[in-house]
Design a protein around this ligand. Structure first.
Ligand code: ADP
Ligand code: MG
Length: 401
């Protein structure tokens, strides 16, 4: 595939000037590089011009919950902020929130009509409207948990009352499949959006989880570089589609617009990932607890830096989430320690354990939170959602103060 800088070099409409300042070394230059990059990134959380405004927006056809006939699982209701938090089999969970109140429930209707699944996290679904937050889940390595995180963090955020859109930007379409979207139902996809043949709104489908929708993808997306590579706005296709979606919903005056967009990136630093980074407020980086966890991270951070310089100055690193932690494997602890040492507070306290229920759930087309709410993987994703929400609050307060 191509070098990400190929797509970054042309600044396009957003930032006409392309002079990437000197870039950090490509090799992981321990603390100094990572720390400075992250410190810098953390400060730039201000809303960008292109960033959708909060407000009253109309839900895309599928965004709504209550009157969504296809919505099967209602992870409804909700109470205030930080979702539940409980310690699973992951290591240190310092400020994980309070234990979940397991008294709530989720209605499943689709394939199990009437079934009620206990669900802990609940908070007011309709707090005052606020700005949409766009988070790209990126790591050019495959198999590190990007898609699993998009699906399950999305579900956990929806459970916490957020209105979430997952955008599948991987030609493999695993997020679409994992959320139960049959290939034959993917009439319009993110490919159509990026080539300018469909609006994002037209691709959005409801999922079995209330308040969670998806813009699906198919293998067509693999050819996107050939299609839009030569175009000047090639890096901004997704950003512009999101801006149009937000403008439309605002215009329609809906009060249940999305509050989070999670973009599931492909395992490459290609034009698709650059589109996600150019559109996002921040990036979530899943890192698998394995020996080579940090390998490739400097390249990823370098790309983030290039995107900040040339395409999206406000891009921040939201956090790094350690995935597939295995408590029986000493190496996992070593990796956790190393990553925390290099990346400091950017690493979420929540660590996602390796959990067989997490890997089984996609074959049923369900998030693990619906497949088995009580398993360690589900509990971990609920804690992660609580942390994400908390970081959002902290960012907002920092900006306000
Ligand atoms: N916490 C976990 N426990 C067990 N298996 C997991 C976990 N997270 C991801 N997996 C499995 O690992 C594989 C790769 O995960 P995936 O999310 O598809 O990675 P990526 O999107 O980065 O390629 C999948 O088979 C997935 O089911
Ligand atoms: Mg994936």
């Amino acid at each position: 595939m191509s070098d990400p800088s190929d797509f970054i070099e042309d600044p396009g409409p957003f930032e006409p000037e392309t002079s990437p300042e000197e870039l950090p070394p490509a090799k992981m230059e321990p603390k100094s590089f990572a720390a400075s990059l992250i410190a810098e990134a953390a400060v730039r959380a201000e809303p960008r011009p292109a960033a959708p405004q909060p407000a009253a927006d109309e839900p895309p056809p599928s965004a709504g919950v209550p009157d969504e006939p296809t919505v099967v699982t209602d992870i409804s209701t909700a109470e205030a902020s930080p979702a539940p938090t409980e310690t699973a089999e992951a290591p240190e969970q310092p400020d994980a929130a309070e234990p979940a109140d397991a008294s709530q429930s989720v209605e499943t209707a689709a394939d199990a009509p009437g079934e009620v699944v206990p669900f802990p996290a609940e908070r007011a679904a309709s707090e005052s409207p606020r700005a949409l937050r766009i988070l790209a889940i990126a790591n050019q390595k495959g198999g590190v948990g990007k898609t699993t995180t998009a699906i399950n963090l999305g579900t956990a955020l929806a459970a916490a009352g957020e209105r979430v859109l997952v955008i599948d930007l991987d030609p493999q379409g695993n997020a679409s499949t994992g959320l139960g979207i049959d290939r034959k139902n993917r009439a319009l996809t993110t490919y159509d959006v990026l080539i300018g043949q469909a609006s994002l709104r037209d691709t959005i489908l409801p999922t079995a989880v209330a308040r969670l929708s998806i813009a699906p993808s198919t293998i067509d997306l693999a050819g996107i570089e050939l299609e839009i590579g030569p175009m000047r706005d090639r890096a901004f296709r997704l950003r512009d589609a999101l801006t149009a979606l937000t403008a439309l919903t605002a215009e329609l005056g809906a009060d249940d617009a999305f509050t989070y967009v999670l973009v599931d990136c492909p395992p490459a630093l290609n034009l698709l990932t650059v589109n996600a980074m150019a559109a996002a407020h921040a990036i979530i980086v899943p890192l698998q607890c394995e020996f080579f966890a940090l390998e490739g991270l400097s390249q990823l951070l370098k790309t983030v830096d290039q995107v900040k310089t040339a395409l999206n100055p406000a891009l921040a690193i939201h956090g790094i989430v350690l995935t597939m932690y295995d408590k029986r494997n000493n190496l996992s602890d070593q990796v956790v320690d190393d990553v925390r040492q290099f990346m400091g507070s950017r690493v979420y306290n929540t660590v996602i354990p390796r959990n067989v229920r997490v890997s089984e759930a996609p074959s049923y087309g369900k998030p693990v939170l619906v497949y088995d709410l009580k398993c360690a993987g589900s509990e971990a994703y609920l804690r992660l959602a609580a942390e994400v929400i908390q970081r959002e609050k902290d960012m907002t307060e920092r900006l306000a103060g």
